[in-house]
Design a protein around this ligand. Structure first.
Ligand code: M6R
Length: 365
């Protein structure tokens, strides 16, 4: 049932404040304002030397955000790869390490094969899955749920932000147990997470602006997405969403990579979507944006009020999101990039929920 929405994808985008709030409630002790993981882990987060993360597609991008979080907030090195590469890399792993598998369906063939490999190499296996009766959930030592509810649209939306919610809590728990975060730091991060559903609802109010912008984007042949740090995976995810459902060629890049190649593509015909909240990396990303502007690129800037002011009138369109803690930015900035892809596809008349050539769950290699 699509409710009042035209597509499942729209319904699922709009469900995010609610389902993310459910997922957070599963990992946070709301009365204490601290993380409380569901169930004991069969290993000690304090003893880990490194983490391996494996997933595919959108779930891989969630893992990439997780990597930044584990490294920054828990000082834990993370090796991450797409499962189709990982499974054949013959990665040497030290027994007793932790391997995390992220999957909406829990049935992705490459992710499951990577899980089995890690299991045979003596890793602790933790999965973050949406379908709890799935193979990946069953074969894991510990399986943490994302409480997104059934996701029907082939393009993943709410499963992604719920994966982020679970990973954020796990990273905070790790940071605390490893003595990187003090109780006060944990409280601040948890408070920032608790505010995410409200911030998401605010971000969804950008929809009319995004709808107007989508008309413009639908004429593009190529679209570039740029971001840094925690927002780099959001640039990748934005590009994946756009190509999946609108069939417009899109690439996500770490903003700093621009000069190493993709800048050659920039002309008046190429919209460049820059994900740049005002944070510690803002200045750097904005200087990349200026390089795009100098070559006539049409910039769409996703930022907050402070960022919008600093960026001036160079962008062709600025979407202003609420101000928020850096830690939670990817959870909230995911929504406008989903809406951009959605409205571009709707405008072009493609089959949004069942895009050509794609399956919801990739159970063969
Ligand atoms: O079910 P999974 O999360 O394991 O699926 C992984 C990918 O196949 C999936 O995220 C895919 O990239 C989506 N179509 C993205 O929208």
């Amino acid at each position: 049932d699509k409710g009042n929405h035209r597509h499942f994808m729209a319904k699922e985008i709009y469900e995010q404040p609610e389902v993310v709030s459910h997922t957070l409630a599963h990992y946070i002790d709301m009365s204490e304002g601290l993380v409380r993981l569901p169930g004991d882990l069969p290993f000690d987060l304090a003893d880990l030397k490194r983490i391996t993360i494996c997933a595919c597609g959108t779930a891989y991008y969630a893992g990439l955000v997780g990597k930044y979080w584990f490294e920054k907030y828990a000082r834990l090195p993370v090796d991450i790869d797409v499962a189709s590469e990982f499974r054949y890399r013959e990665v040497p792993l030290e027994p007793g390490g932790l391997a995390i598998f992220i999957s909406q369906s829990g049935e992705t063939a490459d992710t499951l094969a990577s899980l089995r490999y890690c299991s045979s190499e003596g890793q602790h296996i933790l999965s973050i899955v949406n379908v709890q009766e799935s193979s990946i959930a069953r074969e894991s030592e510990t399986s943490f749920p994302t409480l997104a509810g059934p996701e029907i649209g082939v393009a993943s939306t709410k499963a992604f932000t719920c994966q982020l919610a679970a990973l954020a809590c796990l990273a905070v728990a790790a940071g605390r147990q490893r003595g990187v975060l003090a109780e006060d730091d944990e409280r601040k991060l948890v408070q920032a997470l608790i505010e995410v559903p409200r911030l998401m609802s605010q971000a969804l109010k950008l929809e009319p602006r995004i709808e107007a912008l989508a008309k413009e984007l639908s004429r593009a042949r190529d679209v570039l997405y740029l971001g840094r740090g925690l927002n780099f995976p959001i640039a990748l995810e934005g590009a994946l969403k756009l190509k999946e459902i609108s069939y417009i060629h899109a690439e996500g890049y770490a903003a700093g990579e621009l000069k190493h190649g993709p800048i050659a593509l920039i002309d008046e015909e190429v919209p460049v979507i820059v994900v740049a909240p005002s944070d510690t990396l803002f200045e750097k990303t904005i200087s990349n944006m200026q390089e795009v502007a100098a070559r006539g690129g049409r910039i769409v800037l996703l930022t907050d009020a402070e960022g919008a002011q600093a960026a001036g009138d160079q962008p062709f369109e600025t979407l202003v999101l609420p101000q928020m803690y850096q830690f939670v930015q990817p959870l909230v900035y995911a929504l406008p990039v989903q809406l951009i892809a959605y409205h571009t596809a709707v405008f072009m008349g493609t089959d949004v929920d069942q895009p050509r050539n794609l399956a919801k769950s990739v159970t063969v290699e």
